[in-house]
Design a protein around this ligand. Structure first.
Ligand SMILES: [Zn+2]
Length: 296
């Protein structure tokens, strides 16, 4: 019996060591298994066009189509370098990620108006995020620039040409990185205050939590809006939260347990400070301040 127990413990120890070694090997190879932050905030469309034949050779990135001047976000923490002298790339930025991977952000905005005026220079506030410095450090998810059509993308649909260079080497297909990337609810410098207005339907009410299928998010005071979402979000509903049921113009106090699955709901979150967890909307990272259940 004793011998058997020792063997089982030995096997467990070996498993632990093997796990640790595997982790170390993965870290040493420079391959990050951590999902990146999706490099554009809000609605974006892309296909796997890496390696597609293009006039200048095989396509080295993924073209992420988005509304002009959408925020481009840091895929991971790192250092940025502005690149302003390439006629084909236009206004461009390198992000040297802490994992060793370099990300290229190409065709950033160069327009001063809503039109295609090409009057903007490759500077912070136009191409790059306001206040961002060449050589500056950025946190994961921090805004680094604006999606545009500079360089040889001029006049086409605004898009971010996004390249992934593991270990700073050759470009690899960024599609799998984007498919597993984390989409942010909002983007703001860490530590800044924010509150969210969420629209959606009730998925799962509980005593002190509420899971909502979010269809729209409005982030204040930044005024960032995203619609047509279908993402589940698990919120804290602390005792201090006000829960109301609205029917037409009448409103009455209720509790979260009266919520029904599929019911339309609007949630205002407690003012909080921005962090990657709250920007991602990780489980229970956001507290509800006001929950409005729409009775129909
Ligand atoms: Zn491209």
């Amino acid at each position: 019996m004793r011998r058997h127990r020792t063997t089982a413990r030995g096997a467990l120890f070996l498993l632990l060591v093997a796990g640790l070694l595997a982790g170390t090997a993965a870290a040493r190879s420079g391959v990050t298994t951590k999902p990146i932050v999706f490099p554009v905030l809000g609605a974006a469309h892309y296909i796997d066009d890496f390696g597609a034949p293009r006039p200048g050779g095989l396509h080295q990135g993924i073209d992420i189509l988005a509304a002009k001047k959408s925020l481009a976000l840091a895929a991971e923490a790192g250092k940025v370098k502005f690149w302003t002298t390439s006629a084909s790339a236009g206004c461009m930025l390198y992000l040297y990620g802490a994992s060793g991977t370099t990300y290229d952000y190409v065709h950033l905005n160069n327009d001063l108006t809503r039109g295609d005026d090409n009057r903007g220079k490759c500077v912070a506030g136009t191409s790059y995020a306001p206040g961002l410095k060449d050589g500056g450090k950025v946190a994961a998810g921090q805004p680094v620039g604006f999606v545009g059509d500079s360089g040889d993308a001029d006049g086409g649909h605004a898009h971010l040409h996004f390249e992934v260079h593991p270990g700073g080497g050759k470009a690899v297909d960024g599609y799998p990185y984007l498919q597993t990337a984390q989409h942010l609810l909002f983007a703001e410098p860490k530590g800044k205050p924010f509150t969210l207005e969420l629209d959606g339907t009730v998925m799962k009410p509980a005593a002190l939590t509420l899971q909502v299928k979010v269809s729209a998010v409005h982030a204040w005071p930044m005024g960032q809006h995203q619609t047509k979402l279908r993402r589940p979000l698990l919120l804290n509903v602390p005792d201090t939260a006000i829960v109301q049921s609205t029917y037409g113009s009448s409103t009455r106090e209720t509790t979260i347990l009266s919520a029904r699955v599929g019911q339309t709901v609007k949630v205002w979150t407690m003012p909080a400070t921005a962090s990657l967890k709250t920007e991602r909307g990780d489980d229970l990272s956001l507290d509800a301040a006001l929950v409005l259940l729409r009775a129909s």
